[in-house]
Ligand binder design. Structure first.
Ligand SMILES: [Zn+2]
Ligand SMILES: [Zn+2]
Length: 103
């Protein structure tokens, strides 16, 4: 399978279940290809989630910053690890966003 390099990750071209992507990517591009996203951990914070995007067909590039993300446990741990390495501080990304309704 062909690979598409974005940042430090190799994405699988044409694969909707691409393992290098995290939800909600890959997304459909207007060219019929798939837009893959690599999380830019260096610019990802508790409130913002930054990704470098690239289409696997037309190779259109983009960059998004999304607010108020709810990471999976795995993504959260990885984010904490990397944030700790970069800043030398302990991080806790597991704080629930405000407005959560109790069960
Ligand atoms: Zn991907
Ligand atoms: Zn495209």
């Amino acid at each position: 399978m062909n690979q598409l390099r974005i940042g430090d990750d190799d994405h699988d071209v044409g694969d909707r279940g691409c393992a290098a992507c995290s939800m909600p990517y890959p997304l459909d591009c207007e060219c019929g290809g798939l837009i893959h996203g690599t999380i830019d951990w260096e610019h990802t914070t508790v409130e913002n989630y930054t990704r470098d995007l690239k289409c696997d067909r037309c190779h259109k590039k983009g960059r998004t910053t999304e607010k108020k993300w709810e990471p999976t446990e795995e993504v959260r741990r990885r984010a904490e690890e990397i944030a700790e390495k970069l800043t030398g501080k302990k991080w806790d990304f597991g704080v629930k966003p405000e407005g959560d309704k109790p069960e």
